[in-house]
Design a protein around this ligand. Structure first.
Ligand code: NAD
Length: 249
């Protein structure tokens, strides 16, 4: 059964080859959605759109740039006529400690993760309101819930915690208008953000904290995003869904 037939979905930061955004875009496309692949570089975004198959669109969009978010949403809306799903996936992290965060570090991490989530949401909400339907899925992190991890600094935890509050506020404000918003909190997932940077000792330490005994995959997270984007979750809004192998049990 295809869960997103006839739906139009935007996924930000979806050009990273082994990233959560690309895995989510791929799964959503397999479920019948037409995807707008957004990322910093047009060529990378266009290549992923082509890999997904006919009809998908790749666009350059820096989510920290409000005008760029509006332009991307307008271009996709004029091609599609509607926008059903937004996955705010673009994110960066920096492995800093509290006293080594400089103002520019704080700005960069808050801008991409939190400001980008606001700007891209603002770019699609007017259309979702007009449709009286839509699903926004925001990528938070276990770092928001437990105050950091191996790679995420305190500013990353703050940004991802901000996303939880923003998600609930969007969900509360837009619920009467048929628009849902939920957050996904991945635990440790093997992607370019994490792989190649782990020593054996770090990996062992991480695995000890995961009751399921394995790190997550991008597909584990994509499945949760698909559920939240689809009508299977029609009565779910304002929630934060953990995808962490039981790390917080
Ligand atoms: P990734 O680095 O593989 O991909 C992130 C993508 O975002 C890249 O393609 C990058 O070009 C893009 N991007 C960065 N800045 C951007 C900007 N200003 N505008 C548009 N795109 C931009 O990361 P990932 O591991 O796939 O993570 C995806 C999301 O999931 C992020 O929000 C991350 O914080 C979150 N997350 C990841 C993990 C994990 O373990 N990998 C865990 C928890 C949360």
């Amino acid at each position: 059964m295809k869960l997103l037939s006839g739906k139009f979905a935007i996924v930000t930061g979806a050009a990273s080859p082994r990233g959560l955004g690309k895995a989510t875009a791929t799964l959503m496309a397999a479920h019948g959605a037409t995807i707008g692949v957004l990322d910093l570089e047009a060529t990378a975004a266009e290549n992923v759109a082509r890999e997904l198959g006919d009809g998908h669109v790749g666009l350059a969009c820096d989510v920290t740039d409000k005008a760029a978010c509006e332009t991307a949403a307008e271009r996709l809306l004029s091609a599609w006529g509607r926008i059903d799903i937004l996955v705010n996936n673009a994110g960066i992290t920096q492995p800093l400690k509290i006293m080594t965060i400089e103002p520019e570090n704080y700005d960069a991490v808050l801008d991409v993760n939190l400001r980008g989530t606001l700007y891209m949401s603002q770019a699609v909400i007017p259309q979702m309101r007009r449709q009286r339907s839509g699903s926004i899925v925001n990528l938070s992190s276990v770092s928001a819930q437990r105050g950091g991890g191996i790679f995420g600094g305190p500013h990353y935890s703050a940004a991802k915690a901000g996303i939880l509050g923003l998600t609930k506020a969007i969900a509360r404000e837009l619920a009467p208008e048929g628009v849902r918003a939920n957050a996904v909190c991945p635990g440790f997932i093997a992607t370019d953000i994490t792989e190649g940077k782990l020593t054996d000792a770090m990996r062992e330490q991480i695995l000890q904290g995961i009751p399921m005994g394995r790190v997550g995959t991008a597909e584990d997270v994509a499945g949760c995003c698909l559920f939240l984007a689809s009508d299977l979750s029609s009565y779910v809004t304002g929630s934060e869904v953990d995808v962490n192998g039981g790390s917080l049990i």
